[in-house]
Ligand binder design. Structure first.
Ligand SMILES: Cc1cc2nc3c(=O)[nH]c(=O)nc-3n(C[C@H](O)[C@H](O)[C@H](O)COP(=O)(O)OP(=O)(O)OC[C@H]3O[C@@H](n4cnc5c(N)ncnc54)[C@H](O)[C@@H]3O)c2cc1C
Length: 503
């Protein structure tokens, strides 16, 4: 029996582990629902909602091949050992996974178990992230080469091996509390394909121009992130669909070839960033918990203002753009990049909160929670990588720039629905009676921003070893100068959009 262990790859298309295992004998398609994983502080009901949709569709796809998905509930090693006793295991197959610290430890336990029973564990790469990478030179070229390889073809047929499957636990059984106000994003491959097609043929046309405003981003971004995080689509499938669409547009007489081309290029680059960031966690799992640059260790650790944290979480900081974003995120499970960066920057700089608790809170709210991207981005927006330009978002300016009339704010903050346009970004300047219970600002924006900038720049300037350590971090994690075909000749570290500082 070849066990195909589905993890964050809930599809049969471009599934190298399934395709290869099926060539080696009967397949036991397994999903292990691990209750202990669901107790971790970064897991939430919205992830479970999405997962259920994905598993239901995966089951249908496998059933059409002849063998339904088999769900087992429990600890991975115990589940695998149970199958070994019942059926015997020839080999274990699963895609390589770079996820949180808990899954990393679980995988190490599974590896020990495999070794003790002489069971080979084959782990094909699914997204271009490279295990045991020695250094970053040439990484982009390898990524493009992986993305351009033909997708794995699913087997035509699977022999039926087992019928019984456990029933997925309900939310309370996993101690997950359903949030009734939440409008969950739909999971499952058919929804992922629908989003992909809609983005490439219609919604994505103005992507480069409209991705930054939360008014337009919900429609004009691909919204594929949760599908990539759960693997209902492979990143290679999405990359190739984008390349094909790009070629089609370029060879057509399309009236808006320029607009479309820019948007598709920009989207395709972000698919590479997806893996570039996960590679950082793969290379240094500690960044889930610790500052990438140790010079920042004492910066925010001495005091954590719980009242500020509660105000930020509940969308009551008194800064309408921050609060509208936090409330929108609570209700929809998604925010566009710029607004994610702004809310994180506000927590870390203006409120001077250590990033770990805010990061966990956002992880539970993002349906697309992907630890490799998440912790790298959180640290970038908190100024603790040591290699990125310090960027402190002014939420008032972000409001004027990206929601000039205050439509987004009015939608998510009912207290401000009738506020005059002239006060919508600074309601504290309006007569108190117009505030409708909306709070005054928890901190003064300008003072807090300046204090944070002074501390950060001061540390960079005065810490004797800051630059030396930053250079080592840049060599380990920084992106290299590359064309789309990858790095040619001697690579140089590039000051890319991600804001990494040149050596
Ligand atoms: C503090 C913070 C935390 C974040 N946490 C996550 C997370 O947990 N999971 C996650 O998928 N993204 C995360 N992002 C990155 C980004 O905001 C989301 O990928 C994007 O908003 C998802 O929407 P989309 O699929 O419509 O993206 P699109 O703009 O359509 O982009 C397509 C895909 O490219 C990738 N991508 C886009 N932007 C980035 C980026 N800046 N860095 C890395 N990959 C990118 C994603 O896989 C995305 O699905 C985070 C950003 C910040 C600032």
């Amino acid at each position: 029996m070849n066990i195909v262990w589905f993890k964050r790859d809930l599809r049969i298309a471009d599934h190298a582990a399934l395709s290869k295992a099926a060539r080696n004998g009967p397949v036991f398609p397994l999903y292990i629902l691990e209750p202990e994983l669901w107790q971790q502080p970064d897991m939430s009901p919205r992830h479970y909602c999405f997962l259920q949709d994905c598993l239901a569709e995966l089951d249908q796809s496998l059933d059409a091949l002849g063998q339904k998905l088999i769900i087992r509930i429990g600890n991975a090693v115990e589940v695998l050992d149970g199958i070994r006793h019942q059926h015997g295991i020839h080999a274990l197959w699963s895609h390589q996974e770079t996820w949180n610290a808990w899954t990393y430890e679980r995988d190490k336990a599974v590896l020990r178990w495999c070794a003790s029973h002489n069971i080979p564990w084959h782990e094909p790469v699914q997204n271009g992230v490279i295990r045991r990478l020695r250094q970053r030179d040439g990484w982009a070229a390898r990524w493009y080469s992986h993305m351009k390889q033909p997708v794995a073809i699913p087997p035509n047929r699977l022999h039926r091996v087992v019928d019984c499957s456990d029933t997925l636990p309900d939310f309370p059984a996993l101690s997950l509390k359903v949030d009734e106000s939440m409008d969950p994003q739909k999971g499952g491959r058919s929804e992922g394909l629908r989003l992909l097609h809609g983005f490439l043929h219609e919604r994505g046309k103005t992507y480069t121009k409209t991705m930054s405003s939360p008014l337009t981003a919900y429609d004009s971004c691909s919204r594929l992130s949760a599908h990539l995080a759960f693997g209902t689509l492979s990143i290679r499938e999405v990359f190739q669909a984008c390349e094909n669409r790009y070629a089609e547009i370029r060879s057509s007489n399309h009236s808006e070839v320029g607009t479309w081309s820019r948007s598709l290029r920009s989207f395709s680059t972000r698919l590479r960033w997806h893996c570039h960031f996960i590679q950082k966690l793969e290379d240094e799992p500690a960044i889930e918990f610790e500052n990438m640059h140790p010079a920042y260790n004492d910066l925010r650790s001495s005091h954590f203002n719980e009242a500020y944290f509660i105000a930020w979480k509940s969308g009551r900081t008194g800064y309408p753009m921050v609060d509208a974003c936090m409330r929108a995120l609570q209700a929809t499970g998604w925010l566009n990049f710029r607004m994610r960066a702004m809310v994180m920057s506000f927590a870390s700089y203006h409120l001077w909160l250590h990033w770990r608790k805010p990061a966990l809170h956002l992880a539970t709210l993002f349906t697309d929670y992907e630890p490799g991207i998440h912790y790298s981005q959180v640290q970038m927006q908190s100024g603790t990588t040591g290699i990125n330009a310090i960027r402190i978002y002014n939420p008032i300016k972000q409001g004027f720039d990206h929601d000039p009339e205050g439509q987004f704010i009015r939608r998510w903050i009912p207290e401000l629905r009738d506020m005059d346009a002239s006060f919508i970004h600074m309601p504290w300047q309006a007569p108190r009676s117009r505030m409708n219970g909306y709070p005054m600002p928890v901190v003064d924006e300008k003072t807090a921003r300046k204090a944070a900038a002074d501390r950060l720049y001061g540390l960079r300037k005065n810490n004797a070893t800051h630059k030396y350590t930053a250079q080592k971090i840049l060599i380990k994690h920084g992106s290299r100068k590359s064309g789309s075909a990858g790095t040619k000749g001697k690579s140089r570290v590039k000051n890319v959009m991600q804001g990494e500082l040149p050596l």
